[in-house]
Design a protein around this ligand. Structure first.
Ligand code: ATP
Ligand code: MG
Length: 197
């Protein structure tokens, strides 16, 4: 399966999600993370410390990785150029629109949804980096439901351990932090929804 997190606005949590989704999928089936962002955040993550416990390659190696891996997760740049956006949308089995549950992010989400609907491709919205002590995740999920927009039931909380995971080149579950496992499990619940289709 080819799974592509996308967002028009930057900084929504795509790369961090892509790394942890790939980690969860790789527990049961060989999974490669394809770094399709020129900033090469996923490649840098993998190159720090001991490295991530799954394959991480640049997008030039996608075809080769597809021969030996069951799942490909593609980390994309924010607001890819329209031609690239179309290619990614058409070539993916699952498009995941990653969005923080806040003003500017929701505006950009609306634009991405309109473009995907024009292309007639299936997508789901993932609420990401929601502040745990607030209602913002629930309010946004309610609004998505009311508008009939497809979305993941589970959401990703905002915890500082996510940034530490990148800095140390590890998964959040391997960081010594009070919220490490809670964040890891949140990514796992979304990974299960991805597998359920
Ligand atoms: N669940 C989270 N909780 C807290 N911080 C997070 C979480 N996910 C990501 N972050 C932080 O938010 C920032 C942006 O995350 P990330 O790079 O994953 O987003 P992105 O959508 O890939 O950004 P870009 O569009 O620039 O590629 C980083 O500093 C990252 O550590
Ligand atoms: Mg990124």
């Amino acid at each position: 399966m080819i799974i592509t997190p996308l967002s028009y606005k930057g900084g929504e949590g795509k790369s961090t999600f892509a790394v942890h989704l790939a980690a969860w999928l790789n527990e049961n089936a060989r999974t490669a993370l394809i770094d399709g962002d020129d900033n090469r955040i996923a490649v840098a993550w993998h190159a720090t410390g001991k490295g991530l416990p799954f394959t991480v390659v640049g997008e030039g190696e996608l075809a080769k990785a597809s021969r030996t891996h069951e799942h490909l997760v593609i980390d994309t740049p924010a607001r890819p150029k329209p031609e690239k956006f179309h290619e990614l949308a058409r070539s993916s089995d699952q498009i995941i629109l990653v969005c923080q549950p806040r003003g500017m992010s929701l505006n950009a989400l609306g634009a991405a949804i309109r473009d995907l609907e024009k292309l007639k491709v299936r997508y789901r919205v993932l609420v990401c980096r929601a502040r745990p002590a607030t209602h913002e995740a629930f309010d946004t999920l309610d609004a998505l439901t009311r508008q009939g927009l497809p979305h993941f039931v589970n959401w990703i909380p905002e915890y500082i351990v996510a940034g530490k995971a990148f800095e140390q080149g590890r998964l959040c579950r391997d960081i010594d932090n009070a919220h490490a496992l809670e964040l890891w499990e949140a990514y796992g619940r979304v990974a299960q929804e991805v597998l359920n289709g």
